[in-house]
Each structure stands twice: as structure tokens, then as C-alpha cells.
Design a protein around this ligand. Structure first.
Ligand SMILES: Nc1ncnc2c1ncn2[C@@H]1O[C@H](COP(=O)(O)OP(=O)(O)OP(=O)(O)O)[C@@H](O)[C@H]1O
Length: 213
């Protein structure tokens, strides 16, 4: 039987001339979670982008349920909800308008998503007037609306207050209970019980050791 979920093996990624990931392995089964930790520049965001299919690895393999992701990148895009550092909201559109596309793509319930992140009263407010934490909640609502099997979250609790971190924990636990999986980067504790930890290290190469040589 093929493995289920997301499997990455021996991922190697260069950014510019720099080797950022050097043979990284990751497995996450349905219902599971992986926390990516490591110092600034260790390659956590880079790895998330590779898992999302947003950039190809220079070597190694990435598969879903045992089938190479590269065989059908469009299908992979349809099973991924990716939360980057940017909240990707159009400042002139209302919160509700900003979430419409995710509603159409994923078929999620807008009312329920807004309630899940405690933003119902702000639905008609232009995104430019939202606080940083409110924008992060809106981006999480978008993740929810996509109804994707794979959540890839880059520092999802950035800017969230304690209450919102609790809401994030509930979203993650419902997603996992329904068979979804999550991979998240973080520098702070996240509400992801039983998550596997993948600690990335900065790859030390000759140019780092001898920058002036
Ligand atoms: N567009 C780019 N071109 C070249 N190098 C890049 C680019 N983006 C990132 N890098 C480099 O890739 C390396 C990994 O960056 P990445 O953003 O994946 O790290 P990170 O672990 O997520 O860091 P942080 O904890 O600061 O968010 C860094 O050395 C960074 O300078």
C-alpha cells in the first residue's frame, strides 16, 4: 500500500548561489502535523514553498499518497492552503470581498469562517483599516474557506493576541480531526499538540565560512 499524506525525501534547494536545504526529509500523514523550527534563514519558508508546489526543489522528491506532486501541479494546488508571511489582502476591498475568491475556489462557508476567527462584525470594513492581528485572522479565514487537505502555514500566529491563538488552535484541531494535515513554521510555541518537530539548521558552506576569500 502506498504511504498516505505528504512525503518529501532528500530535498535540496539552492536560492541564488546558496545551498539552503541539503537533503531534507519530511513525512506527514492525514491528521498529523509537523512544526518547522530553526534560526532565521534556515530555510523554513523555502521548504513550505516547495511543499506547496510554488517552487521546485533542485533535487529530491515530493509526493502525495505516493504519487509525485510534479505529475500534476494543478491538482496539488487544489489540495493546498498556503499562508505566507504576507496576508495578501486587497486594501480597498472589504474583508468579505477579499474572501470571496477563496469561497468560490474552496466552497467554504463565509459566515462560519468569519465566526471561526471572530471577525463577523468587521465583514464590511475595508482591509486597509484592519489591524495587523485582524489581517492575520482574515488570512486564516481564507485558509479555512479553501477546504484543503494540506495546510502550510508560515508563522501563523504572527500578530495574533492570546484569544486568537486559541482560535487558531481550535481551527487546527478541527482540521486534523477531519483528516487534514498541517505543516507550520514558528519561532514561538504553537497550539499543535503531538506535532512532529523538524528542526532545520543553517547550511554551512564554504562561502559562509570564508565570505572574503
Ligand atoms: N528570493 C531569494 N533569493 C535568494 N536567496 C533567498 C531568497 N529568499 C530567501 N533567500 C535566502 O534563503 C535562505 C532561507 O530563507 P527562508 O526565508 O527560507 O528562511 P527561514 O528559515 O524561513 O527564515 P525566517 O525564520 O527568518 O523566516 C536565507 O539565507 C535567505 O537569505
Amino acid at each position: 500500500m502506498p504511504p498516505s499524506g505528504l512525503q518529501a525525501s532528500g530535498l535540496v534547494v539552492f536560492r541564488g548561489e546558496r545551498l539552503v536545504l541539503d537533503g531534507v526529509d519530511l513525512q506527514c500523514a492525514p491528521g498529523g502535523a509537523v512544526l518547522l523550527t530553526g534560526p532565521n534563514g534556515a530555510g523554513k519558508s523555502t521548504l513550505l514553498r516547495v511543499l506547496a508546489g510554488l517552487r521546485a526543489a533542485d533535487a529530491g522528491s515530493l509526493s502525495w499518497n505516493g504519487i509525485p506532486v510534479a505529475d500534476d501541479l494543478l491538482a496539488h494546488a487544489g489540495r493546498v492552503a498556503y499562508l505566507g508571511h504576507q496576508d495578501a489582502l486587497k486594501p480597498g476591498l472589504t474583508l468579505e470581498e477579499n474572501l470571496q475568491l477563496a469561497c468560490i475556489l474552496g466552497g467554504g462557508d463565509l459566515e462560519a469562517a468569519l465566526a471561526a476567527v471572530d471577525l463577523v462584525p468587521l465583514r464590511q470594513v475595508p482591509a486597509r483599516l484592519l489591524s495587523a492581528g485582524q489581517k492575520r485572522r482574515a488570512a486564516l479565514a481564507r485558509v479555512l474557506l479553501l477546504q484543503a487537505a494540506i495546510w502550510l502555514l508560515d508563522e501563523p500566529s504572527l500578530g495574533l493576541d492570546r484569544h486568537a491563538v486559541g482560535l487558531l488552535g481550535e481551527l487546527l484541531s478541527r482540521h486534523r480531526a477531519a483528516g487534514g494535515l498541517a505543516v507550520a513554521t514558528t519561532h514561538v510555541p504553537l497550539p499543535l499538540p503531538d506535532a512532529a518537530i523538524l528542526a532545520l539548521e543553517t547550511v554551512v558552506t564554504q562561502d559562509v565560512l570564508e565570505p572574503l576569500a
